[in-house]
Design a protein around this ligand. Sequence first.
Ligand code: TZP
Ligand code: MG
Length: 225
Amino acid sequence: MKIDCTLYLVTDSTPAILGKNHLEDVVRAAVQGGVTLVQYRDKLSDTGDLIRTAQSLRTICRQHSVPLIINDRVDVALAMDADGVHLGQTDMDIITARQLVGSKMIIGVTVSSLVEAVTAVEAGADYLGIGTVYTTPTKKDTKAILGTAGVRDILDGITGLKKVVPTVAIGGINAKNIQRVMFKSQGKRKRLDGVAVVSAIMAAESPKAAAQALRRLATEPPGFI
Ligand code: TZP
Ligand code: MG
């Protein structure tokens, strides 16, 4: 499956982000607004609820041909036939996950250093989430704050690898800074394929309008940065 990472929505079901909204409604609005990839990230629900919610998100995503990726849980991804699974550095290792999910399922990996990025690509990751770019209340246990320069260093470091995988940046990205993150460095060097956001869409008054605006900003060359 071709992965379009331009605007990657990572969900969050905690009251601080979702408020009184329903997860399904927010995801539906976000895909209507132009999100190209969705990750169901839920650290609280038990396995049965995870599978049920993932199934209903999959129905919504498939209506818009948007792949649904499951955070952390290879078993949940397999149980409801997700399009992919997203693994952090302390989750199941990529080689074991690949043996379990086969070649068709997307495996995405979070990396916060060049060593992690090279290791993930060589182990068979299909895309990389590079972060954390900026400090964010959404995830307080972040290992490193990279800034745009740190993201740039990782992108430069993986440019020469035999396998090229799409990359997204994550962490504190919003409508104000998205173009800085996406377009700060161009030229021949590999640049990001997109950005991943949680609160910029999930906590927006109108997730659809927020997704539309972010999609436009992620694709249009900036006026200035
Ligand atoms: N991984 C690194 S930062 C982050 C994750 C899941 C949370 C990003 O949330 P937000 O609200 O887009 O800053
Ligand atoms: Mg994880």
